[in-house]
Write a protein that binds this ligand. Sequence first.
Ligand SMILES: *[C@@H]1O[C@H](CO)[C@@H](O)[C@H](O)[C@H]1NC(C)=O
Ligand SMILES: *[C@@H]1O[C@H](CO)[C@@H](O)[C@H](O)[C@H]1NC(C)=O
Ligand SMILES: *[C@@H]1O[C@H](CO)[C@@H](O)[C@H](O)[C@H]1NC(C)=O
Ligand SMILES: *[C@@H]1O[C@H](CO)[C@@H](O)[C@H](O)[C@H]1NC(C)=O
Length: 330
Amino acid sequence: MGNSKSRSSQTSTAISALKVGAVIAGAALLAFGAVIAGTALLAFGAWSLSSSSDSSENKSRKDGVLDRSGFELQDHKGDDGYHATASRLIKVMSYNVWFREDVEVIRRMEAIGQLIQKHSPDIIFFQEITPYIYAIFCNSQWWQLYECSVPPENVTKKYFCMLLSKLPVTTFSNKSYENSIKEICLAKVDVGTNNHLVVATTHLKSPNPPKMNSSKRIAQAEEAMSLLKNLPNVVFGGDMNWDESSDGPFPLDEDWVDAWTELRPGKDGWTYLRPQKRLDRFLCKLRDFKIIDIETIGKKAIAGLSYHHNSMADRVYPSDHFGLLLTISN
Ligand SMILES: *[C@@H]1O[C@H](CO)[C@@H](O)[C@H](O)[C@H]1NC(C)=O
Ligand SMILES: *[C@@H]1O[C@H](CO)[C@@H](O)[C@H](O)[C@H]1NC(C)=O
Ligand SMILES: *[C@@H]1O[C@H](CO)[C@@H](O)[C@H](O)[C@H]1NC(C)=O
Ligand SMILES: *[C@@H]1O[C@H](CO)[C@@H](O)[C@H](O)[C@H]1NC(C)=O
């Protein structure tokens, strides 16, 4: 996908010079271009978009071994770490980007973009995307490599969750919670084997003292779990705003695991900076995949920046959350 890299080279300096409205208009155009480019690239790549149609699904899925050797024969030019090996790694990143546009938003989103380029996740879960942040991302080089759950014309909310994928997406969908306009965003992705993977992200009700809105958050968690429970392979991640001390254990059925506690028992795993809490989670129910690794990312403050926080100068991190990076394999 070499030529996609040069397609968008607008720098953040250019973005900062633009008025918000202009950025959004530009984003709409660029995103439209990206859809077309993405389709063309995918059609030539190992991951044919047409694999979501019935006839080719039949053809490519008849035999898992053939399927895999098909990948080997295809001249897949990705620099994204896919390899045609028997077991392939799938990386999923989750990041609450912090909707505060008044805190160095361009530099912060640039830092998050650098993390995306460094880790090259196959799938990204974002929370607290504002229309302006959406526009910044649309103008970033890495954006071209992904298919996004939210097209430009659907950017209407003040902030929202979205899901990006380098792997072909069979369907995107949304389901809002019964007690809120907040929703769970899902995608069924084609991982090139017989096994489909469903990935889902959400941002559960934020805690407000004194009662911390636990009951509302617990109801949302239970609703999400019940929506996902019959799927064989699910990665559900995002800002769960979860704190065991007020909310109790996350309502996981027995075939689910919390990837962090599974792989790093006894490690704090803070994903929120002030106060330090493990608000963000990756919850997995995997029949045909296994969890390989999980780590927190974006923990370095951005050099040379500060902002006023509680009447003190404070360091600026890419977000007020850390990101999470999960690796699974089939
Ligand atoms: C798909 O496969 C099934 C069973 O293998 C076969 O009966 C059917 O005709 C195939 N459909 C297409 C469109 O190839
Ligand atoms: C965009 O919004 C419309 C109207 O709510 C919805 O029907 C459609 O599915 C959305 N498209 C995507 C790709 O999210
Ligand atoms: C899902 O929700 C987002 C944010 O509210 C919206 O922009 C998008 O169009 C929705 N997608 C679908 C498939 O409905
Ligand atoms: C959240 O909790 C606070 C009190 O702790 C309450 O005033 C508020 O109404 C709750 N919000 C919702 C949406 O339940």
